[in-house]
Design a protein around this ligand. Sequence first.
Ligand code: IMP
Ligand code: MG
Length: 185
Amino acid sequence: MEISATMHPDIKEVLLTQEQIQDIVRQVGARITEDYRDKNPLLVCILRGASVFMADLIRAIDCPLTVDFMAASSYGNSTKSSGILRIDKDLQTPIDGRHVIIVEDILDSGLTLSYLKKNLESRNPASVEIAAFSVKDVAGRTPRLEPKYVGTHVPDAFVVGYGLDYAERYRNLPYLGILKEEVYE
Ligand code: IMP
Ligand code: MG
């Protein structure tokens, strides 16, 4: 892919091309296939950011599975976490006895995922693991939790594309990129 020809003007740097993303998703899918072959896992997509990863990931998993969706909000239109989490849409499936995999776009402080994981664990599932497309590496910070499946690590910057937004924009970019600071400053 010719990045410079298709790169959005608000993007400072492309971190992963569409092709690199597909390689990553295939690898995560293969690992989940190995680990869950006879477990009929329930993949829980955290809306809206993880929807793009979810759509690719389930097609990279070669065993029976079911899907459900949840929405939680903590960020509003800011680029920093507010620390407040609210469940905006809950699951439609009971999860007691199920092997649950939470599918998330990015782990930053880990606040969102640690809250969601605790919430789902309280419903008596057989297991709860996390598949995060990306984990943000911040110097001097230990994340609150370590997802079992991590697609990639990203630098301490605001990234968009492949489902990730800033103020609901850029989710449709097929690559993962760093947003120019002047867009949100
Ligand atoms: P955490 O609770 O700090 O781990 O934040 C996780 C949530 O914040 C993710 O589900 C995203 O919705 C959002 N988020 C964190 N960092 C970024 C980013 O760089 N770009 C877009 N969204 C982000
Ligand atoms: Mg999100």
